[in-house]
Design a binder for this molecule. Structure first.
Ligand SMILES: *Cc1c(COP(=O)(O)O)cnc(C)c1O
Length: 368
């Protein structure tokens, strides 16, 4: 019997020099966190984003943690976070002893709603983390205006948006500091890995210290603060360098696939297509749609039936204010609605046109 391929929601694309560079690490014995690929990966990534610096970490969550620490976020501080995001965005705030304050998202963009930030700012608010959800940049002009007038720092959680652009600027270069993930399902992957982008040399110095147990540069084993081991390995960075050689084609493929999905799904009643925003380049990390009530089949049932047809999908994140550790005073109606209706369709760069047509046909045929 022929092997049955499940159409994946995501899968790594290792068609470049990944194996060659990893083999070089093994052959040269440079497998730990010192080696030429680490500095090369950082250089290439900074150039790609348009920042002066990029500092690698062992995953996106630790990148967020270090970014917050470098901005002196600590016990008693509050940090504004969108309610609809992956849990790591808020967890990193909690690791600092600070409080994530959830703000509802805009149903037209699925990103944090700038008009709802003001009412959440208190005397303790120190920063805003914006998340470019599923690859679409946030309304950065509005957010920068709020941050400037309230003396807040901006962290861009760009874990899902490598190469996305807002008014011609790449994400990660717009706020004070940017954060990326290279988890296996991200646009560029190193298995596990992360990156911090900034043009502020002072932040870079702090981040590099904290990443390496805050060891003194001049006195070995003298640690000047509570630091961490959040370093990436040369082996992971080797994969990253090979992936960065292909990032333009990954993004082009994601956008081409999204355009095909849009054209095939635009007339299906009960399906809302992903947002498009003027002056933004969406990289469609996950091509996502909303299953509206008039589709006739619930989102969860859609997921189940697609799986039976060999099509893998994901539901949207839960609103973070509903999770046990963050349950509290927050009301975010739009995030709840999107979370209930949203679905990530197969978005791998390895998909064929035929597979995308299969997904759309399966969706269309199950509508009541
Ligand atoms: C993936 C992701 C992260 C964290 O990345 P890890 O590398 O898995 O730690 C953070 N924020 C968002 C929005 C993400 O999607």
């Amino acid at each position: 019997m022929a092997q049955f391929r499940v159409i994946p929601v995501s899968e790594p694309n290792f068609k470049g020099n990944e194996l060659k560079y990893v083999t070089d690490c093994i052959n040269s014995n440079w497998i730990s966190s010192i080696g030429k690929y680490v500095s090369k990966f950082e250089e290439v990534f900074a150039r790609f984003c348009g920042t002066t610096y990029a500092v690698s970490t062992c995953n996106g969550t630790t990148a967020l943690h270090l970014a917050l620490l470098s901005l002196d976020i600590s016990e008693g501080d509050e940090v504004i976070v969108p309610d609809l995001t992956f849990v790591a965005t808020a967890n990193a705030v909690a690791y600092c002893g600070a409080k994530p304050v959830f703000v509802d998202v805009d149903p037209r963009t699925w990103n944090i709603d700038p008009s709802k930030i003001y009412e959440k700012i208190t005397g303790r608010t120190k920063a805003i983390i914006v998340v470019h959800l599923y690859g679409l940049p946030c309304d950065m002009d509005a957010i920068i205006k709020i941050a400037r007038s309230n003396n807040l720092k901006i962290i861009e959680d760009a874990a899902e948006a490598h190469g996305a652009e807002y008014k011609g600027k790449r994400v990660g270069s717009i706020g004070d500091i940017g954060v990326f993930s290279f988890y296996g399902n991200k646009i560029v992957t190193t298995g596990e890995g992360g990156m911090i982008t900034t043009s502020d040399p002072k932040l870079v110095e702090d981040i590099k210290m904290l990443r390496d147990h805050a060891m003194s540069k001049t006195r070995r084993y003298w640690h000047t603060a509570l630091g961490y081991n959040y370093r990436i390995t040369n082996v992971q960075a080797a994969i990253g360098v090979a992936q960065m050689e292909q990032i333009d084609s990954f993004i082009e493929t994601k956008r081409r696939n999204a355009a095909l999905y849009n054209s095939l799904l635009q007339d299906v009643r009960g399906i809302t297509l992903p947002p498009e925003v003027d002056l933004c380049k969406n990289v469609y990390w996950m091509y996502s749609v909303l299953i509206e009530d008039d589709f006739g089949v619930t989102r969860d049932e859609v997921i189940e039936r697609l799986m039976k047809n060999g099509i893998e999908t994901r539901p949207f994140f839960y609103p973070l204010h509903q999770l046990p550790m963050y349950k509290g005073e927050f009301v975010c109606f739009e995030a709840e609605e999107l979370s209930r209706k949203g679905i990530n369709l197969p978005s791998a760069t390895t998909l064929t046109e035929g597979e995308i047509r299969t997904v759309c046909a399966a969706l269309d045929s199950m509508r009541l």
